[in-house]
Design a binder for this molecule. Structure first.
Ligand code: GLC
Length: 732
């Protein structure tokens, strides 16, 4: 925004505030849920009287236009409404769930997907989405891990910025731009025991070094709105947490957009036990810094009395309302209210974007004897088995309000098309749903026995992840493990494609298949994307944005953990089977491990196979020392030592050996997608500055601290190709 625009906007805001009544100001702070295409007299009167500022979940164009006309032409001051909706991973054309999009490690693809979603949503009259969700998630039991970008603050930050820029576009006043809303501020992903809405206790140091980083990245990318989290953060629910909403967001970060609560979370402050009444809840929220109340009436019912009682000042109200008016002005809503919505994107281009996103989201976790890619010319018969093989709804995933399953192309449909009439494709669903417990697998086994390859499509229906849909046991649900084992017993080469909204514990199926492709919930074009990868038209390039535990008992398990004073090492791990009876109490172990499970993840953060293979060598650090004002360049060679051209996600990790607070054993600091043809090598370099090494230390100030650093470059967080350098304070 140009300075002139800003100053003009601020003048406009001040002028409006001077003319607004208290009731009109409180109206702007109130968001109502839409009435599903109806404009009741009561709603029309509310809008006409200026006592509502936003409506969510109204997607009927004529209804929106009718309401907007009342707001801009019949209300006293003509302030436009802002229409919001959860456009989380696509609007009409559903993209992979955000966790799958993060697996692409491709911010450009994520940005294009958000741009498409914004255009489709804006064409339906929406101006605001409640996305991106950037909650750092280390607990796959939590259903909302599906909406997250995974466990790493750097990757989540890059994806947050990409999605914000995609939604808001280069010009937020453009007809195909919508305001983004970064959520849920903050720390929601740390919900205890993986249960949604549960308590979070996060030390400030961890909050700042991990959970707040993607939110700050969203601010730096120009996000226009925030949404508070339902959760209780260290005893103070986020919706009324002045440390978050004022100290961090406004004073430290200088954010000047507006903050909306989550659904009715103002009144839930009393349920938390922070307040006794809705009036006290309204007081706590508005004084902490919450601008707008979503789908609740605490503000509408009590703010006026709080002002009259002198407990809330008009200046505080004006500050809240000013934030809302500023976003409406920056979106150009008054002008947009008078112009028809933009036309929706061409379906063909929408499908192409959704397919690209799905292809890049796929992560190959196993490929024994190179059973993949399939050689179509050598196939006579293929068995396609499982409840996720041909279900255009379930492959879409959670939060698909306006998605159209009829637009989905399923794996079965894509495989039949790709294999052509010369190959006998035998499809057997095998189980009615992924949760079905009873089924005979005879038909599926017969199909597999007769086939050259069995393609298993298993996983989770979409309802098993998302908000409030948490699982304590994250194995494949229902009788799917039995199905996989039954197909294994036929001896036919078996490829499992897993669609799920979270990492599943796969220890009980991993050895039952020859190849394993993780597809998350891949969205509308998941079928063609999976088929292209299975046929080798595309080589899988996805990398895990989150660790996969062996068993749920390991959770939380994440790569960027602290070293502890007694870290486990392969030599220190003792298995329960090897313990002699009555062994002396302190005779073994004494490090941080389990007697009964390997302490490492089944698949680590950053892991993903390709149809080719990549070798890393010759890591170099440009200098052994770096000053605070300087930088070092870390580089390595990466070579394609395999048979096909492919993309590798080259990753840079850093470890700060000593800090005023303990530091993670590895932290992702950079990554780059590199395309290499067979035999080709490239040198990949990353520049590190002191800012890249900065963290919040014991005094909660962000700074880099002198000392020794290790750096790694590789294709996974377990890379051992290591360099080192020292960061020093300049000689005075
Ligand atoms: C839900 C979710 C939030 C969503 C909002 C509006 O409860 O927590 O992410 O944007 O309500 O649907």
């Amino acid at each position: 925004m140009s300075r002139e625009t800003n100053e003009a906007t601020e003048r406009q805001i001040r002028s409006l505030l001077q003319r607004m009544t208290l009731a009109e100001k409180i109206g702007q702070m109130t968001q109502l849920n839409g009435d599903e295409g109806r404009v009741s007299d009561a709603l029309a009167d509310r809008v006409r009287s200026g006592t509502v500022g936003s409506i969510l979940n109204e997607v009927d164009g004529p209804t929106q236009q009718a309401l907007q006309r009342i707001a801009t032409e019949e209300s006293r001051l003509g302030i436009p409404l802002i229409f919001g909706r959860d456009v989380i991973h696509g609007f009409r054309t559903i993209l992979p769930i955000p966790l799958g999009q993060a697996a692409s490690w491709n911010p450009q693809t994520v940005r294009e997907g958000a741009r498409l979603a914004a255009a489709e949503a804006a064409a339906s009259g929406l101006q605001w989405t409640f996305a991106p969700m950037v909650d750092i998630a280390r607990d796959p039991r939590w259903g909302r891990v599906a909406e997250s970008f995974g466990e790493d603050p750097h990757l989540a930050s890059v994806m947050a910025a990409a999605m914000v820029k995609g939604f808001q576009g280069p010009d937020p006043t453009a007809p195909d731009a919508i305001a983004a809303c970064v959520k849920h501020f903050a720390g929601y992903g740390a919900s205890e025991s993986g249960k949604d809405y549960n308590t979070t206790n996060i030390p400030e140091n961890e909050l700042r070094n991990v959970y707040l980083r993607p939110f700050k990245a969203a601010v730096d990318a120009g996000v226009m709105t925030f949404m508070t989290s339902f959760s209780d953060l260290d005893g103070v629910p986020a919706t009324a947490n002045a440390f978050l909403l004022t100290t961090v967001l406004r004073k430290e970060w200088g954010f000047d957009g507006f903050v909306v609560s989550d659904w009715d979370s103002v009144r839930q402050l009393a349920v938390h036990g922070m307040t006794e009444t809705d009036r006290e809840s309204a007081f706590e929220a508005v004084t902490a810094g919450l601008d707008m109340e979503m789908a609740g009436d605490a503000y509408l019912s009590h703010l006026s009395a709080l002002v009259e009682a002198g407990r809330v000042t008009v200046a505080q109200i004006d500050e809240r309302v000013g934030n809302i008016l500023r976003v409406k002005a920056r979106l150009g809503l008054s002008d947009r209210a008078r112009t028809p919505p933009c036309s929706p994107p061409e379906p063909a281009s929408a499908r192409a974007i959704a397919k690209r996103a799905a292809v890049e989201s796929l992560v190959l976790l196993r490929n024994d004897h190179r059973v993949l890619p399939l050689d179509r010319a050598a196939l006579d018969s293929v068995a396609v088995i499982g409840p996720m093989a041909d279900d255009g709804y379930e492959q879409l995933g959670t939060w698909i309000f306006d998605g159209d399953p009829a637009r989905s192309v399923t794996p079965l449909a894509a495989l039949v098309e790709g294999l052509g009439p010369g190959v006998d494709v035998r499809y057997v669903r095998g189980l009615e749903t992924t949760r079905s417990r009873t089924a005979t697998f005879d038909e599926a086994a017969t199909a597999a026995e007769a086939a050259d390859v069995a393609l298993l499509f298993v996983g989770e229906e979409s309802i098993l992840s998302g908000e409030a849909h948490c699982r304590a046991d994250i194995d494949l649900p229902g009788a799917q493990v039995e199905l996989v084992r039954r197909i294994r017993r036929t001896g036919t080469p078996t490829v499992a494609v897993i669609m799920a909204g979270r990492p599943l514990t796969l220890t009980n199926v991993f050895d039952e298949v020859d190849a394993l492709l993780y597809a998350w919930h891949p969205g509308a074009m998941g079928g063609p994307a999976i088929a292209d990868v299975l046929f080798g038209i595309e080589s899988p390039s996805g990398k895990l944005p989150i660790s996969f535990p062996r068993v749920a008992g390991q959770i939380p398990i994440y790569y960027n953990h602290k070293n502890t004073g007694r870290p486990a090492s392969p030599g220190s791990v003792v298995s329960i089977e090897s313990i002699e009876s009555r062994a002396p109490q302190t005779s073994f172990g004494m490090t941080s491990f389990y007697l009964d499970v390997d302490p490492t993840p089944l698949f680590p953060f950053g892991y993903g196979l390709s149809y080719s293979s990549f070798e890393y060598a010759d890591i170099e650090v440009s200098a052994p020392q770096m000053d605070m004002a300087g930088s070092v360049t870390v580089s390595a060679s990466v070579s394609n030592s395999g048979p096909v051209a492919a993309v590798e996600v080259v990753q840079l990790y850093v470890r700060d050996l000593v800090g005023s607070t303990t530091r993670p054993v590895k932290e992702l600091k950079g990554f780059r997608r590199v395309e290499l043809s067979p035999g080709q090598s490239k040198r990949v370099a990353f520049v590190l500055t002191a800012d890249d090494l900065a963290f919040y230390g014991r005094n909660q100030r962000r700074a880099a601290e002198p000392g020794e650093f290790h750096v790694w470059i590789g294709g996974c967080s377990t890379t051992e190709l290591r360099g080192e350098f020292r960061l020093r304070v300049e000689d005075r």
